[in-house]
Design a protein around this ligand. Structure first.
Ligand code: BES
Ligand code: MN
Ligand code: ZN
Length: 538
């Protein structure tokens, strides 16, 4: 998808050159200062009750007089919130989705204020969401919408914010598409081996570092807990390590850890049959890590990023781990496996221990971890768990900004008692009460060496029913978080400095002027000092 922006005042919309003009309207048409005939049409429809400023309302106009655009779709936007913009745009896109003649789309807004960064981001994400179709295992691939180019029309004064929002939004949309595609592929088309192959292809295409460990390699590392999950499967496990190096080697990376269970039968603690097919989505955390790398590789922030993905199936067999078995994790702590269906935490704990060797600035794990989280929060918010208030707040903010919200859950030490075992250092389940919390408490025992947060995406990574499929969440949250971290580090780096040279060496090619330039500065003494204290502490 080709996204661009063009400066065009609202009064000049008549000259907008597109197969379809999507006009988002956030206020009653009277006084919007649209081109005369269009203004009149919308006002008349409004007066007749055919159009209203309410969510979901839209008006399709075919070749309206005086307009260069062949079609105009007017969509109501209830308020100027980015969420409302996304909904209005989704509605407008639905009206032109089936039309083969719509190759170029222009998007304008009236009565919603100047385009903000968040609004422009929402536009790009909405286009990305509407553009995706799954075809990998269909004998004839379904047709995606015909649109190839989307131009955001911006009045002159808000162009810089809109441009940055669009830049971020289109990268996030590409990351979401990647994540959705991987998640949607059936278990026999997305084995640990194939998932690792997809990660390798992504790395090759976008210049990322990658290392993939096979079973022998994982044994050598000593990931006994991870391997205990893989035991029952004929498909060999993989441990994927991805790297994006956008800053000096000395800078502590953000580490993202994604649960990559490519199919979860429950193992010997077999799941019931109904809807078990949806357990192909149990690698949604891994998919979101890959999608975030896809977005970050394109946006090129000044930051270092590591992705860790333990990938395996969870299967019953004569060799499978049994309830009551005790295994030794990479950390040395022993675990009594009381339920083989609580496998996500068993593979994550070893990846979390492995994360220590990167001396990370922080670690965020992402997992379709518990059905209990779906009961607690439903399908709108991901569950966020962290003992670190500042890190938690940054993640909540990133989710809100990118329309990919999370809700903070507790981690009080009282919950830890539920993990007591008579035969090992801990049990892998904590009973029915607060199931998503005890799962997080289990992980917490492996994260003492760094700042850590956990996202339980069991309710948000995919949709069931008629719209069954991966959502691409939480790629928006994670990408915004990474960008915000990079931004705040550049702010610190640039602290005390005034102007930066325009030709600073590592300026990302696509970066806009000004703010980004400061980001291209070499590590300032203050930041360098902090980094080395961090290293010393770790
Ligand atoms: N992958 C599931 C969690 C899940 C279940 C996500 C349903 C979305 C929908 C996870 O591996 C699992 O099975 N968790 C168990 C844990 C229990 C045995 C303590 C669960 O939630 O039932
Ligand atoms: Mn399970
Ligand atoms: Zn699972």
């Amino acid at each position: 998808m080709d996204f661009r922006h063009q400066t065009l005042a609202l009064q000049d919309l008549a000259s907008a050159d597109a197969d379809a003009l999507l006009l988002i309207i956030g206020a009653e048409p009277k006084g919007l200062a649209l081109p005369g005939p269009l203004q009149q049409l919308i006002q008349d429809a409004f007066a007749a009750g055919d159009f209203a400023i309410k969510p979901g309302r839209a008006l399709y106009l075919h070749q309206p007089a005086g307009m260069r655009a062949k079609r105009v779709v007017v969509a109501a936007c209830a308020g100027a919130a980015p969420k409302a913009v996304r909904a209005a745009l989704a509605r407008a896109l639905a009206a032109v989705k089936e039309l083969g003649g719509v190759k170029q789309i222009a998007v304008a807004s009236a009565g919603c204020g100047a385009w903000t960064r968040a609004q422009a981001l929402a536009v790009a994400v909405a286009v990305g969401e509407a553009s995706y179709v799954y075809g990998h295992t269909k004998s004839t691939a379904p047709k995606p919408p015909a649109w190839k180019r989307v131009t955001l029309l911006t009045p002159a004064e808000d162009a810089a914010e809109a441009r940055e929002g669009l830049r971020r939004g289109q990268a996030i949309a590409a990351g979401m598409t990647f994540a959705r595609e991987q998640a949607n592929r059936p278990g026999n088309f997305c084995t640990p081996t194939l998932l690792a192959d997809a990660a390798k292809a992504l790395a090759k295409q976008h210049g990322l570092g990658i290392q993939v460990f096979d079973r022998a390699g994982i044994e050598k590392i000593g990931m006994g807990s991870f391997l205990s999950v893989a035991r029952g499967s004929e498909e060999p496990p993989r441990f994927i390590v991805l790297r994006y190096d956008g800053a000096a080697k000395s800078e502590a990376p953000i580490v993202l850890v994604g649960k990559g269970v490519t199919f979860d039968t429950g193992g010997i603690s077999l799941k019931p049959g109904a809807e078990m097919d949806e357990m192909k989505f149990d690698m949604g955390g891994a998919a979101s890590v890959l999608g975030t790398f896809r977005a970050v590789a394109e946006l090129k922030p000044r930051i270092n990023l590591v992705g860790l993905i333990p990938a395996t199936e969870n299967m019953p067999s004569g060799r499978a781990t049994k309830p009551g078995d005790v295994v030794t994790s990479l950390s040395g702590q022993t675990i009594e496996i009381l339920n083989t269906d609580a496998e996500g935490r068993l593979i994550l704990c070893d990846a979390l221990t492995y994360a220590e060797r990167f001396k990370p600035a922080c670690v965020v794990d992402i997992a379709t971890l518990t059905g209990a989280c779906v009961i607690a929060l439903g399908h709108h918010n991901s569950g966020l768990f962290s003992p670190d208030d500042e890190l938690a707040q940054s993640l909540l903010d990133a989710g809100r900004e990118a329309l990919d919200p999370a809700w903070r859950m507790p981690l009080d030490e009282e919950y830890d008692e539920q993990l007591k075992s008579n035969f090992a250092d801990m049990a892998n389940i904590g009973g029915r009460a607060a199931g998503s919390v005890t799962a997080a408490m289990f992980l917490k025992r492996f994260t003492k060496a760094y700042r850590w947060a956990h996202l339980d995406i069991a309710g948000t990574a995919w949709k069931s029913g008629a719209a069954k499929g991966g959502t691409g969440r939480p790629v928006p949250l994670l990408t915004s978080f990474v960008l915000a971290q990079a931004d705040s580090r550049s702010a610190t780096r640039a602290g005390g400095r005034r102007a930066a040279p325009a030709d600073a060496p590592a300026t990302p090619a696509a970066a806009p002027a000004g703010r980004r330039r400061a980001a291209a500065q070499p590590e300032a003494p203050a930041a360098a000092k902090r980094a080395s204290t961090r290293r010393a502490r770790a």
